[in-house]
Design a protein around this ligand. Structure first.
Ligand SMILES: [Zn+2]
Length: 365
C-alpha cells in the first residue's frame, strides 16, 4: 500500500494536532506516495534499527520517539541523528514518529501501562483545554436531519462515550438575496422568512475544516450561516498521564515489587514509603515529573513514571511515593501497542517488532 494510507490511519487514532509543541511526530523522512510492504516498529530509531530494517526488507520505520526534534543544519554524519537520516534516505526507508500525540490519547502509551499494572476506572490525569470548539448553524427545518448527519459523520458531536450530541431549537431566519443571488427559497430582492433549526454541536478543533466542508455540502443554502466558538472546556479523552485504581489495595513494597515484575525493570528508584495502602495509582510513560501536582491533587498514592532527577524527588513531600521505573521500561510496551493497532486494520500488512534493545541506559547490578 501507499505509505500515506498507513500514516493516515495512525493519525486518525492519534492526530498530529495532539502532539506537544516541542515534539516532531509525523512523517520525518520519506514520501507519502511511496509503496510499503513491510514496517518495522521500535521505541527509538537508532542506526542499528535502520540496519535491521534494511536487512529485513522494511520500507518504513515507525518509532515512538522521533529521531529528529530540532532543525538539522549539516548532514556530514557527525552525529547519530544525521547518520540515521542519511542512511534512511540512501536506502529509501521512511521514518515516521508517533510520540506525544500517542501519549496524549486515552488509548495510548499510558493506557497500556494502566493495563499492565491492572488499574481500573482509568482516566486522563491532566486533560487538555482548548481542543474543543462549538459550531452553531441555521438550517431549514426540513433539511436539519441531513445536516446533523453530515456533521456527525465528519466527527462532530462526541462527548465522552456519547456520539451524535447536538442541541436543536426552532426559530425564524430572514434573508434578502441580492440581484445576482439564486436563493434556495424565496425571490431575490424580497425579504424571506424561513422556519429554521438552530443546530449546536461540539467538535475537536483539528477537524474544523473537514466539518465545515461537510456542513457546506449538506446545507441547502447558497450562503451557509454558521458561527464558530472557542471553548475552554477540558477534553476528557486527550491529555497527559492517567490515573486508576487497584482492584485490591496492597502495601507499598508489595506494589513496587509487582511493578518491577510487570514492567520488567531491573531497578525502581523511589521516594520514602508513606506507610499507606496503595489504592490509587497515577502513571506517565517517559518524563512525567511535570504531572506530580496533578497526581497528588487526584489523590494518587504512587506515581509511576521516569526521568526523575535528584532534587525533584524531594517534591514528594511524604504525600505520595514517586516511582521512577526508567524511561525505556515505562514505554517498552508501546512497541506492541503499535504493532497491534496496525495489524488490526491492515491484517495482510507485515509488521516487524525490532529485535534491537534501544535503551541507552544500562544497569550495572
Ligand atoms: Zn519517551
Amino acid at each position: 500500500m501507499k505509505l500515506a494510507q498507513l500514516t493516515a490511519y495512525l493519525e486518525s487514532l492519534a492526530p498530529l494536532a495532539y502532539q506537544e509543541d516541542y515534539d516532531n511526530s509525523g512523517l520525518i523522512v520519506g514520501r507519502p506516495d511511496m509503496e510499503v510492504q513491510q514496517a518495522m516498529v521500535s521505541l527509538d530509531c537508532t542506526e542499528a534499527v535502520v540496519d535491521e530494517a534494511i536487512a529485513t526488507g522494511c520500507q518504513v520505520i515507525i518509532s515512538h520517539h522521533p529521531i529528529v526534534f530540532k532543525g538539522l543544519k549539516r548532514f556530514n554524519g557527525k552525529t547519530y541523528v544525521e547518520r540515521v537520516v542519511e542512511k534512511a534516505i540512501r536506502n529509501n526507508i521512511a521514518l515516521y514518529a508517533i510520540h506525544t500525540n500517542l501519549d496524549n490519547m486515552m488509548t495510548g502509551v499510558n493506557a497500556r501501562i494502566c493495563e499492565t499494572l491492572g488499574l481500573t476506572n482509568t482516566r486522563i490525569l491532566a486533560p487538555k483545554q482548548n481542543l474543543l470548539k462549538k459550531l452553531v448553524t441555521y438550517v431549514p427545518v426540513a433539511q436539519a436531519e441531513q445536516v446533523r448527519k453530515a456533521l456527525f459523520h465528519a466527527g462532530a458531536g462526541h462527548i465522552g462515550d456519547y456520539s451524535e450530541c447536538s442541541f436543536n431549537a426552532e426559530g425564524t431566519g430572514t434573508f434578502k438575496g441580492g440581484e445576482n443571488s439564486d436563493p434556495y427559497v424565496g425571490e431575490p430582492g424580497i425579504r424571506h422568512h424561513e422556519e429554521e433549526m438552530r443546530i449546536e454541536t461540539v467538535y475537536p478543533a483539528n477537524l474544523e475544516s473537514k466539518i465545515i466542508m461537510a456542513l457546506v455540502l449538506a446545507h441547502p443554502y447558497e450562503e451557509v450561516a454558521y458561527d464558530l466558538y472557542n471553548l475552554t472546556n477540558q477534553h476528557q479523552q486527550i491529555g497527559s498521564g492517567m490515573i486508576g485504581d487497584l482492584e485490591v489495595p496492597m502495601d507499598e513494597a508489595e506494589f513496587l515489587a509487582d511493578v518491577k515484575t510487570s514492567m520488567d525493570c531491573a531497578v525502581i528508584r523511589h521516594t520514602a514509603f508513606t506507610g499507606k495502602q496503595v489504592k490509587k495509582v497515577a502513571v506517565c510513560g517517559g518524563s512525567g515529573g511535570f504531572l506530580l501536582k496533578h497526581a497528588v491533587a487526584a489523590g494518587a498514592d504512587v506515581f509511576v513514571t521516569a526521568d526523575y532527577k535528584y532534587h525533584e524527588f524531594f517534591d514528594a513531600e511524604g504525600k505520595i511515593v514517586i516511582a521512577d521505573i526508567g524511561h525505556f521500561e515505562s514505554e517498552q510496551f508501546t512497541q506492541q501497542l503499535l504493532c497491534e493497532i496496525i495489524q488490526e486494520k491492515f491484517s495482510n500488512f507485515a509488521i516487524r517488532l525490532t529485535k534491537v534493545n534501544t535503551n541507552p541506559v544500562k544497569y550495572f547490578i
